[in-house]
Design a protein around this ligand. Structure first.
Ligand SMILES: *Cc1c(COP(=O)(O)O)cnc(C)c1O
Length: 431
């Protein structure tokens, strides 16, 4: 099975090429040529399968013969070596905790999977691959951690100066080795634009093999569909129709959930919950897609003004607006509403939600006002400790710092400041 470009002006490529290229030469995102639903018995017996077995069955057709099955099993075992619990908070409301990995945000799975795939494809290859990635907060840390020490791969992370949390910054600037952090005087959108420009820059393309580790890369994006299967496995016995609310920024995670649905997983509806960066909620209201400069919020990993995966979502539902609205609702919430939700979750459920999870909770509540008899799962996409200041101020509580966070907190930040695309290009060509 191959991947085609959503812009339809580039050749179809194998999984390996899609991963190494990141984005197609016509700037389109890659999408699988076909999606074969998994068997009914897979879903019937899912609670008897291990997470690794579920993941292997789900990803096999996309990876195809690019990685031998035995190697793929080893990769999945390494990538999925932590838990993904569904924790019930209220009647018909649960959270899927995706923050038990090494950098405590959901991006660990995609970043680790991609790193190992790329490591496999670079074996016996003399040409180094340069991974160029823009981060709104958590991608940087997950990618730095996932790719640290991978032979044949250099990683360059662009992050917006002063717009990521202290812990997020430490996670992406302190590792060294094959990881470099570029601190950009600008917003996440500026970082993302520089990365996209680099992929089109013939001077760079002639000089190096560049790829992206954002969720535009199929090896970052597709493994996220595991989460929804793991949640389904745990919530199925409730016997109710399941609704997922996904705190969304670049819309890779919700789009991965839709791939699980394409594989045959029963799901009633998706809710894409956003902060005031409300491009998709507006689209769902008006049918007009209007990107805007991103606005800084307390759920900073979702401060995205032109979500790159939304094009894949439209494609999944055949660019049919009605079909899309049957499967997706999208709501936007302010920082004030988010803090109130954090407070009420803490007070009523004795649970500490991070600002992103709280946005997911709000979206779910809103959807359930009109669809009460559903089982709602909102994704807790990061551990609250990653947003220590906001959480501590809002809840007037203290948080214990987990070991994997303590480890980076007293390390020294190392970054290179840049303020223009030319500086990025200069840096890459000098390497
Ligand atoms: C990246 C991120 C999101 C947004 O995920 P997308 O796939 O870009 O929509 C939400 N919450 C947290 C904590 C994140 O790190």
């Amino acid at each position: 099975m191959n991947f085609y470009s959503l812009n339809k002006k580039a050749p179809n490529v194998s999984f390996a090429d899609a991963v190494v290229k990141g984005i197609a030469p016509d700037r389109g995102l890659y999408f699988p040529e076909s999606i074969t639903p998994l068997s009914a018995s897979f879903f019937k017996e899912i609670e008897n399968l291990s997470n690794e077995e579920i993941a292997l069955t789900a990803i096999r057709q996309f990876v195809n013969d690019a990685i031998p099955e035995e190697k793929l099993k080893i990769i999945l075992a390494e990538v999925l070596d932590f838990n993904f619990p569904v924790v019930e908070l209220e009647e018909n409301i649960a959270t899927l905790e995706l923050f038990h990995g090494p950098t405590m945000a959901f991006k660990d799975v995609g970043a680790r999977f991609m790193a190992r795939c790329l490591g496999h494809f670079s074996e016996g290859n003399d040409n180094e691959v340069t991974v160029l990635v823009a981060t709104s907060g958590d991608t940087g840390g997950a990618v730095a951690n996932g790719f640290l020490g991978v032979k044949g791969v250099n990683v360059v992370i662009l992050y917006p100066s002063g717009k990521v949390s202290d812990i997020q910054e430490k996670q992406l600037t302190t590792l060294g080795q094959n990881i470099t952090a570029l601190e950009v005087d600008g917003t996440f959108d500026d970082c993302q634009r520089m990365v996209k420009t680099a992929f089109l820059d013939q001077d760079l393309l002639d000089a190096m093999q560049l790829t992206s580790a954002n969720s535009i890369n199929v090896a970052r994006w597709l493994p996220q569909l595991f989460y929804f299967l793991f949640a389904y496995k745990q919530a199925k016995s409730k016997g109710k129709e399941i609704v997922f609310s996904i705190p969304s920024g670049n819309f890779g995670n919700v789009c991965a959930g839709m791939m699980a649905q394409q594989l045959g997983m029963p799901v009633k509806h998706f809710v894409a919950s956003t902060n005031v960066n409300d491009i998709v909620p507006n689209y769902m209201q008006t049918g007009t897609y209007n990107p805007k400069p991103s606005i800084a919020t307390i759920s900073n990993a979702m401060d995205v003004g032109d979500p790159s995966n939304f094009i894949r979502i439209r494609h999944i539902y055949k660019d049919n607006f009605e079909l899309l609205t049957e499967n997706l609702s999208s709501y936007s919430f302010t920082d004030e509403e988010t803090k109130e939700a954090m407070l009420s979750i803490h007070k009523n459920c004795s649970y500490v939600a991070d600002p992103h999870g709280a946005v997911g909770y709000l979206g779910l509540k809103k959807y359930q006002e009109e669809n009460p008899n559903t089982y709602g799962i909102f994704l807790e996409t990061a551990h609250p400790v990653k947003f220590l200041d906001v959480v501590v101020d809002t809840l007037d509580t203290t948080l214990e710092i987990p070991a994997q966070i303590k480890k980076v907190m007293d390390k020294e930040k190392k970054s290179l400041k840049i303020s223009s695309y030319d500086e990025l290009k200069g840096y890459l060509l000098k390497e």
